[in-house]
Write a new protein. Structure first.
Length: 394
């Protein structure tokens, strides 16, 4: 399986996969798949008339699965053509009567052949779905992506996928303190904490609204492929398990105030005890601008509860503290309109996206970046929503 000129020939019980070329370095074939819920009513086998007996040449994608994935809207002629298409009927995949009964109409989320020829089977499934414009449901997509990722790793044993430099797991993930670091587009200027009782304006680095790293859909999809897909861990969360708004860098300002100062588009007015009294904050979630800090919340892009459910339940308290106060990458914490942040709460992108539609691609890219940097997982619905959103991004 190292180069595209080699063929897979493997057997497992009654199921045989033969003569299927595999390209080791091909792009992710799942990118073009449409994600949609299944239509589970109205199927009749007679809607797919075929000249080829199913017992002699079973379907790669069974007619009932095709119906649920979009064929319910096809014409009778198109369904007949599907049923007699050689690409649909066991080109590269032969299933005996016994194995076909075991598989029935299950998609890859519910049935897969043995690992020795799973890659070829899934590749064929994706080919049929792509060729005929059939959709995949979220669970099906998640399983296809997992198998495809494993197949790519298996075909390139000397090259392990690693995050780009901008999304390396931060040192903060394994240490007890966070040091402010410079980002590709700006240098953080160290300033002395305000003198008690003296009102001053603290010079701030005005951050560009241009993302610090490229956020093209394809590059973020590459990062997305690094993320594990597992069910959420939904018990045991308490916000107090993530000590937040701490002064980990010892500059006299807690994390909330540090972000207010950092994100203000004009020099923030800061008094004693680092009290921020005014500034200019643009909320990228809704496009609103505020001058009173009481109108602004500091949002954890990946909420603390979401982080818990995605893997932080297994972290130490110092790791959770570092995550809750992460100033090492500005994509982790953002100053946003308080009411919008409250409507978001701890929802993931399957449940909530910013009301400002033009910001959604950036939001999804930031979401992926945080999850990758902190080695957090996604659940199936979340993964499907993020991936679907990114496919439409420039």
């Amino acid at each position: 399986m190292i180069d595209h000129r080699r063929w897979i020939i493997a057997t497992c019980g009654a199921l045989i996969v033969v003569a299927t070329p595999v390209r080791a370095s091909a792009p992710d074939p799942t990118v073009g798949l449409r994600v949609a819920a299944e239509t589970t009513v109205g199927f009749r086998a007679s809607s797919f008339p075929s000249r080829i007996p199913a017992s002699r040449s079973p379907f790669v994608v069974p007619p009932s699965e095709a119906w649920e994935s979009g064929a319910n809207a096809w014409s009778a002629t198109r369904r007949k053509n599907f049923a007699n298409d050689p690409r649909v009927r066991a080109i590269g995949v032969g299933v005996s009567a016994g194995a076909n009964v075991q598989r029935a109409d299950r998609d890859p989320a519910r049935w897969l052949p043995a690992p020795s020829f799973r890659c070829a089977y899934v590749a064929k499934w994706i080919e049929v779905k792509s060729t005929w414009g059939l959709a995949v449901d979220p669970a099906e997509l998640a399983r296809l992506v997992r198998v495809q990722s494993a197949c790519r790793v298996a075909t390139t044993p000397t090259t392990q996928p690693t995050p780009p430099p901008s999304i390396q797991v931060p040192a903060a993930a394994t240490t007890s303190t966070i040091a402010t670091v410079s980002t590709p587009s700006t240098t953080v200027v160290a300033t002395a904490p305000p003198v008690s009782g003296v009102v001053s304006t603290v010079p701030t680095t005005v951050l560009s609204t241009v993302p610090t790293t490229a956020r093209t859909g394809s590059s973020v999809l590459d990062q997305l492929a690094l993320i594990r897909i597992v069910p959420e861990y939904t018990v045991g969360y308490d916000r107090d398990l993530f000590p937040h708004w701490k002064d980990l860098d010892g500059n006299g300002c807690d994390t909330r105030k540090d972000v207010l100062i950092r994100d203000s588009r004009t020099p923030a007015v800061v008094g004693s005890s680092c009290r921020v009294s005014s500034g200019t904050w643009y909320s990228p979630y809704d496009g609103a601008t505020w001058t009173n800090p009481s109108d602004v919340d500091i949002d954890h892009v990946v909420a603390l509860n979401e982080a818990w459910q995605s893997g932080a339940y297994a972290w130490s308290e110092p790791q959770r503290t570092n995550f809750a106060n992460d100033l090492s990458d500005r994509r982790t914490l953002l100053a946003v309109t308080d009411s919008v942040n409250q409507s978001k709460s701890d929802k993931d992108p399957a449940e909530w996206l910013p009301p400002l539609v033009t910001y959604r691609c950036t939001y999804l890219a930031d979401w992926v970046s945080v999850k990758v940097r902190w080695t957090l997982a996604m659940d199936e619905a979340e993964y499907a929503a993020v991936r679907t959103g990114l496919i439409g991004c420039p």
